[in-house]
Design a protein around this ligand. Structure first.
Ligand SMILES: C[S@@+](CC[C@H](N)C(=O)[O-])C[C@H]1O[C@@H](n2cnc3c(N)ncnc32)[C@H](O)[C@@H]1O
Length: 284
C-alpha cells in the first residue's frame, strides 16, 4: 500500500468499526469508512473529540449531526501549498480525498520531467471533483483541462482555483466518456491524464456511468488521447467489487495499454500506525 506522508493540515487519527476519525485543519470529523472493518485503536474519549459526525442513509447520502461553517486547509506542495475549501453536504466527503496527495506528488514529478525536456505538459483530469489534481498540475506548469459532469462540483473546483490564484484551467461540465470520444475525433492529445471514475455516475444529460460495464472501453479510448512518447497516466478505482487482480487482468487484455505499470493499493496511515486501504491505483 502507498500513502501520502507529508500532510500537516490532515491527520487520520483512527479508524475501525466502519468509521474513520480525521482532523482537517482544526476540525475533527467522524465519517463512515466501509473498508475499516476491524477494531478501533483509540478509546471512546478520543472519538468524542469529533465536532461533527456523518450518518449515511441511502444511496451514500446522509447528514451531519452539526452544521459547521466552510473552512480552508492547505497541503504543502513543492515550495508552495495548495489551498482547499472544505464544506459539509449531503455526502460524507468534505471536498477532498486526502490520499490523493500521493498522486499530486506524482503529477508534479512527471511535469518537472516533461518541462526539463522542453515540453509544456497538457494535462487532462477526468471525473475531477473539486480539482485537487487539476490544481497540482497547474501549479506544476501544466496546461489543464478539468472535466466533471456535475456543475456545482465544477464551481467548487473553480473556487479552489481562485483560492490558489489560478486562472488558467479550462473548466468543462460534461460526461467524461463523451468528452474523451469528442477529443479523439478532434485529434487532440495529452501528456498526462488522471481519471478517478466512481462506481456509478451520471452524465450531464442523464446518461449513466457504470464502472464494471464501462471502464474497459473508457481506458481504451483514453489511451488514444495520450502522447505516444512523453506521457503519464493515473487511474484510481474505489470499488470493492473490482479487486486489483481483476483490474490488472482487464488492463492486460487491452491492446494499447503498456505492459509495464505500477499497480498498488492507495490508502492512508493513521497516527497510531495502522494502514487504511482505500482503493486501487494504477499509473505509469
Ligand atoms: C470519486 S470523485 C473523484 C475524486 C477526485 N479524484 C479527487 O481526488 O478530488 C468522482 C467524481 O466523478 C464525477 N462524475 C460522476 N459521473 C461522471 C461522469 N459520467 N462524467 C464526469 N464526471 C462524473 C462526480 O461528480 C465526482 O466529482
Amino acid at each position: 500500500m502507498i500513502y501520502p506522508d507529508n500532510w500537516i493540515d490532515y491527520e487520520l487519527i483512527d479508524h475501525g468499526l466502519g468509521r474513520k476519525l480525521e482532523r482537517f485543519g482544526e476540525v475533527v470529523l467522524d465519517r463512515p469508512e466501509p473498508s475499516a472493518n476491524w477494531k478501533k485503536s483509540k478509546p471512546a474519549n478520543e472519538w468524542n473529540r469529533a465536532e461533527a459526525v456523518f450518518t449515511e442513509n441511502k444511496n451514500q447520502k446522509g447528514s451531519w449531526n452539526k452544521d459547521l461553517n466552510d473552512w480552508n486547509i492547505s497541503y504543502p506542495f513543492g515550495d508552495s501549498e495548495i489551498i482547499f475549501k472544505l464544506s459539509q453536504g449531503s455526502f460524507k466527503h468534505p471536498g477532498i480525498f486526502p490520499e490523493q496527495a500521493e498522486n499530486w506528488r506524482f503529477i508534479r514529478n512527471k511535469c518537472i520531467e516533461l518541462i526539463g525536456k522542453g515540453i509544456t505538459p497538457k494535462f487532462l483530469n477526468l471525473f475531477a471533483y473539486t480539482g485537487g489534481a487539476s490544481l497540482a498540475a497547474d501549479l506544476s506548469g501544466a496546461e489543464v483541462t478539468h472535466i466533471d459532469s456535475v456543475k456545482s462540483v465544477v464551481n467548487w473546483a473553480r473556487e479552489n482555483a481562485e483560492l490558489n490564484n489560478i486562472d488558467s484551467i479550462r473548466w468543462i461540465v460534461e460526461d467524461a466518456p463523451t468528452f474523451v470520444e469528442k477529443e479523439i475525433r478532434r485529434g487532440n492529445k495529452y501528456h498526462g491524464i488522471i481519471m478517478d471514475p466512481p462506481i456509478f455516475g451520471l452524465g450531464p444529460k442523464g446518461g449513466r456511468w457504470k464502472l464494471n460495464r464501462d471502464l474497459p472501453k473508457l481506458i481504451e479510448n483514453v489511451m488514444k488521447l495520450l502522447d505516444e512518447k512523453n506521457r503519464f497516466f493515473i487511474m484510481n478505482t474505489y470499488s470493492p467489487q473490482l479487486p486489483l487482480n481483476d483490474l490488472e487482468k482487464i488492463l492486460s487484455a487491452l491492446p494499447d495499454f503498456p505492459t509495464t505499470f505500477e499497480a498498488t493499493t492507495l490508502g492512508l496511515m493513521s497516527t497510531p500506525g495502522k494502514e487504511l486501504p482505500l482503493g486501487n491505483l494504477v499509473r505509469f
